[in-house]
Design a protein around this ligand. Structure first.
Ligand SMILES: [Zn+2]
Length: 123
């Protein structure tokens, strides 16, 4: 029997850098502060889009919401440079909102579609 070769995962520089930046923002004081201040009741956040009550992470349960950048980290016109990404990632509370997983998924999908369309229009 022929042994299946394990497929090596390939990582591009962009993906590696984005993954490295994520915890920088996750632990940033502005994000922590927003997380605390946007709570509407103990362990409860309200989706800015649909008004759904969302619980935070607890006892093996994942958080039911995301802290969303209103103005996305990667512009709809696409990646420019890392200085820009970092500047947009480390943002102020005015640019943050709580979104439930569904609304966050819808927004991300629309943003990705807009980026793809922009890229296509450039060709
Ligand atoms: Zn929602």
């Amino acid at each position: 029997m022929e042994k299946k070769k394990k497929k090596l995962k390939t990582y591009n520089f962009y993906t590696v850098m984005m993954q490295a930046l994520r915890p920088v923002w996750r632990n940033h004081p502005t994000r922590r502060e927003f997380f605390k201040n946007s709570r509407s009741a103990p362990n409860t956040w309200i989706c800015a889009e649909c008004g759904k009550k969302c619980a935070g992470a607890s006892k093996g349960k994942k958080s039911e919401f995301r802290i969303d950048h209103i103005e996305p980290v990667i512009p709809l016109t696409g990646f420019t440079n890392w200085d820009d990404v970092i500047r947009r990632l480390i943002t102020g509370p005015h640019n943050l909102q709580v979104l439930c997983l569904v609304c966050h998924g819808v927004k991300s999908k629309a943003e990705n579609a807009a980026r793809r369309k922009h890229k296509k229009d450039l060709l």
